[in-house]
Design a binder for this molecule. Sequence first.
Ligand SMILES: [Zn+2]
Length: 262
Amino acid sequence: MGSSFSRTFNAGPGPSRLFIGGLHGKEGETTLQVIQDFDGGVLDGGKLCLFNFPPSPYVSTLERRYYETATGLEVLNLIKRIQPSIYLELHCYHGKNLSKLTDPGRKIQNGVPPLVELDKGVLIGSISPIIRSVFFKKYDLPFLLEMPCHPRDESFQVYQEVLNIIAASSKRSEILEKLEKFYPLQVVELKKYFVDFYDNFFILFQKSSKSALKDNLRDPDDLLGFMDNLMHKLDLKLNQIQLKQVRDAVLISLDYKPPSVN
Ligand SMILES: [Zn+2]
């Protein structure tokens, strides 16, 4: 198919990195070029696996059913197989959605913080919390990068530069340090969202997935009720949309790590 592509670069010992474009809709038509143009020479140790997927129906990665679509299942399989500590999703957006993606009220609307604009319409942020909680460690780097679909050269260039910074680094702290030189205010925002996530969302995820496993709590409504109580008991700051996202993360983790009892 037209926008299907994969390539692996191996530069010796070092971290595993996985970059994926074309997660949904026709985004792969825009992300293909940056993936194809990638110059493996920027790698300084470690491995980088690049994938670009052909068009698929558009389902948001904030929804659990995305991870039941054909592409969503492939994404999960790649993450499980490659176990990247540096994971980058390549997305693109239509101009009319820019204000929604960067809206300070995005957490109330969608449960996730706004994406942060680096420059020329290139946006950065965390990947969907419902898989971040399950498959990534605290100091991994699970980011997504957005550019306008069919971008102007100047946006494409910024996108490529940021992607190269991420590819050429070995860990989260190194990436943030490099980005900070160009985008100091943006990195302050990203760090703020990181703290909020680990102080609230992640705590509830960890505690409720343990209980769900122990008490075999798999009914989505029971689980939600249990988590709502726990959230209040622990005085965590999460809205109802986030609460459902934590529940979805727990359900994904139950499928991913089934109880080891036979
Ligand atoms: Zn997208």
